[in-house]
Ligand binder design. Structure first.
Ligand code: XMP
Length: 531
C-alpha cells in the first residue's frame, strides 16, 4: 500500500468540497431534507445549529446560506436570531419559513401571528420574475407548495419585493435580487412541493454559483486516501452485520488498506433465513476480505431463554455483542483501529427547544462504548454521508444491489419480532413466514418502494379449520411501512389481492401458523418494530 501524496490529497479534498452551502438549523423537523436535496444536486453542505460558534464561519466559507424553518415565533422572548455575521459575508441567503420570518424581523420588516394558519398543501400565485424560478416557475402561474406556519410576514424589509403570494401569506416568496437574499414561507425541501428541488437548485447553482462537484466517485477517492493516511501500516477491525452501513464501510476500507482490515461478523442466531451465509459468501468469497465468522447463536439463545421483557432482551443482546466482539478482536492479536459505520445524521448536533433528556422508547443496540473500552482509534469513513449517499457509494464500490438496497434491520434482529420468550423453534417458524412475505414483495416489484417489511410471530394461538380438521396454531402479523428516516412511518397500502395471496401461501406452506394479520399502525403512535 502506498501512502497518498499530501498534495494530491489536498487537491481531491478541495475539488470535492469546492462548493459549500451552510444550512443554519432553527429546529425544523425537516432540516435534514434540505441538506439531502442540496447534496442530491451535487453540492456539499453542512447543518449547523443556529447557536453554533459562528467564528468557524469564515473557515467554512460557504457559497450560500440556507436558514431552516423552526417551531419558534419571532415574538417569543428568546426567539432564535440569525447571527449578524452572516449578513456581513455578502453571500446569497435563502430563508425558509421561520428563516424567512427571522430575515424579515431582523432586516426591518414585520411578522404577525394570524388566524389564517396554513398547514399542508397550498397554492401560490407567481406575480413576478425571480432567480429562484428559472426553468421551473413562470409569472402568472399557480403552483403547488407545502406550507406549515402560524406566523406570517406582514411587511417586507426595504429592498425586497414580493414575487409570489398565497391566500394565507401575502408574501409567500420575497426577494432582494441585488443583495441576493430570498425568503419563502413554504417548504421547498419536502416532496409535497413538486418543484421545490428545482428552486433549491436554482439557489445553490444559479444564485450561489455552485458547480456540483460533490460526487460519490470523488468521495470514494478522497476517503480512500484519508483512510490510508490515518491507518498507515496499522491494523483495522470492522464489525460486519450484513446491513448497508457496515458493508459499505468494510468494502471502502478494504479498497484502502486491503488485508490490514479484518471483519468480525458476530452471528447471534437472530438473522433472517440465509443472511449469515450471504454475508460470508459476499465478503469472504466474492471480495476476498478477511472475515471472522463467529456463530454465537448458542450463547445468545441460552442467555435469552425465558426473557420476555423487551428492554431486557435488547440489553442482553447488546452486552453479548460487545463481549463476543471483544473476544474475537483479542484473538486477532491487537489492532489499533476500529471501523464504525457512523453516518452524518448521527453526528449532526440537533437543536433542542425543550431541553432535558427525552424519554427512552427503546434502548438501541449499537457498538457505542466499544472504542473506549478497547482503547482503539476510530475509523468512520461514512461520517459525512446521508443514508442515500451511502447506498450510492456502495454501488460505486461494486456492492451487489441486494446489499445496497437492503431494508434496515435492527441490531437485536428477530428477537424483537418474537414478542414473549424466544426459542429456536419460534425463530425458525418466523423465518419461514418472513421468507414467503419478502419473496412475494420482491416478486411484485415492491421491495424498493417500502422502507421496511417483516413478519412478527405473535404469542397467541388461535383456532382454525384446515381440510376437515381443527387447528390450534400460532398467529403472525405482517408489517410494511414507508418512511424517510425511520423516525415517522406510514403503513404501506398493499392491495388486497396481494395480502390475500401472501396470507394464503403462509397458512398453506408454514406448518404451525393458521392466522395472518396485517399491522396498519403508523408511527407515531406505534413504533416500526413491535418491541
Ligand atoms: P422503531 O421500532 O423504534 O424503529 O420505530 C426505528 C428504526 O430503527 C430500527 N431499530 C434498530 N436499529 N438497533 C438498530 O440498529 C436497534 O436496536 C434497533 N431497534 C430498532 C428499526 O428496525 C427501524 O428501522
Amino acid at each position: 500500500m502506498s501512502l497518498p501524496e499530501p498534495r494530491a490529497m489536498h487537491d481531491l479534498d478541495a475539488r470535492l468540497h469546492e462548493d459549500r452551502i451552510l444550512i443554519l438549523d432553527f429546529g425544523s423537523q425537516v432540516t435534514q431534507l434540505i441538506a439531502r436535496r442540496v447534496r442530491e444536486s451535487g453540492v456539499y453542505c453542512e447543518i449547523w445549529p443556529f447557536t453554533t460558534d459562528i467564528s468557524r464561519l469564515s473557515d467554512f466559507a460557504p457559497r450560500g446560506i440556507i436558514l431552516s424553518g423552526g417551531p419558534a415565533s419571532v415574538h417569543d422572548p428568546d426567539a432564535p436570531r440569525i447571527p449578524e455575521e452572516i449578513f456581513a459575508l455578502n453571500v446569497p441567503i435563502l430563508g425558509i419559513c421561520y428563516g424567512q420570518q427571522a430575515l424579515c424581523a431582523q432586516l426591518g420588516g414585520a411578522v404577525e401571528s394570524h388566524e389564517h394558519r396554513e398547514f399542508g398543501r397550498a397554492f401560490i400565485e407567481i406575480v413576478d420574475d425571480c432567480a429562484l424560478f428559472r426553468g421551473a416557475w413562470a409569472r402568472g402561474h399557480r403552483e403547488q407548495v407545502w406550507m406549515s406556519h402560524g406566523d406570517r410576514v406582514t411587511k417586507i424589509p426595504p429592498g425586497f419585493t414580493a414575487v409570489a403570494v398565497s391566500e394565507g401569506a401575502p408574501f409567500a416568496i420575497i426577494a432582494d435580487e441585488s443583495r441576493r437574499i430570498y425568503g419563502v414561507q413554504f417548504h421547498p425541501e419536502v416532496v409535497h412541493t413538486p418543484h421545490g428541488a428545482a428552486l433549491l437548485r436554482n439557489f445553490t447553482h444559479g444564485v450561489a454559483g455552485c458547480k456540483g462537484t460533490w460526487t460519490m466517485a470523488g468521495f470514494r477517492d478522497l476517503e480512500i486516501a484519508r483512510i490510508r493516511q490515518k491507518v498507515g501500516e496499522g491494523r483495522v477491525i470492522c464489525g460486519l452485520s450484513g446491513g448497508v452501513d457496515s458493508s459499505v464501510a468494510a468494502k471502502l476500507i478494504h479498497e484502502a488498506v486491503g488485508d490490514q482490515l479484518t471483519c468480525i461478523f458476530v452471528d447471534p442466531g437472530l438473522l433472517r433465513a440465509g443472511e449469515a451465509e450471504e454475508v460470508v459468501k459476499t465478503f469472504r468469497g466474492r471480495f476476498n476480505i478477511q472475515l471472522v465468522h463467529r456463530d454465537a447463536s448458542e450463547l445468545f439463545l441460552n442467555a435469552l431463554a425465558g426473557v420476555t421483557d423487551p428492554e431486557t432482551k435488547r440489553k442482553t443482546i447488546g452486552r453479548l455483542f460487545v463481549e463476543v466482539f471483544e473476544e474475537e478482536a483479542a484473538k486477532l492479536g491487537g489492532a489499533q483501529f476500529l471501523a464504525q459505520g457512523t453516518l452524518y445524521p448521527d453526528v449532526i448536533e440537533s437543536v433542542s427547544f425543550t431541553g432535558g433528556p427525552s424519554v427512552t422508547i427503546k434502548s438501541h443496540h449499537n457498538v457505542g462504548g466499544l472504542p473506549e473500552r478497547m482503547k482503539m482509534s476510530l475509523v468512520e469513513p461514512l461520517r459525512e454521508l446521508f443514508k442515500d449517499e451511502v447506498r450510492a457509494l456502495g454501488r460505486e464500490l461494486g456492492l451487489p444491489d441486494i446489499v445496497v438496497n437492503r431494508h434496515p434491520f435492527p441490531g437485536p434482529g428477530l428477537a424483537i419480532r418474537v414478542p414473549g420468550d424466544i426459542t429456536r423453534e419460534k425463530l425458525d417458524l418466523l423465518r419461514k413466514v418472513d421468507t414467503i412475505y419478502l419473496e412475494e414483495i420482491r416478486n411484485a416489484g415492491l421491495y424498493d418502494a417500502i422502507w421496511q417489511a417483516f413478519a412478527v410471530l405473535l404469542p397467541v394461538r388461535t383456532v382454525g379449520v384446515m381440510g376437515d380438521g381443527r387447528t390450534y396454531d400460532q398467529a403472525c402479523a405482517l408489517r410494511a411501512v414507508t418512511s424517510s428516516d425511520g423516525m415517522t412511518a406510514e403503513v404501506y397500502p398493499f392491495d388486497f389481492a396481494f395480502l390475500n395471496r401472501v396470507a394464503g401461501r403462509i397458512v398453506n406452506e408454514v406448518r404451525g401458523i393458521n392466522r395472518v394479520t396485517y399491522d396498519i399502525t403508523s408511527k407515531p403512535p406505534g413504533t416500526i418494530e413491535w418491541e
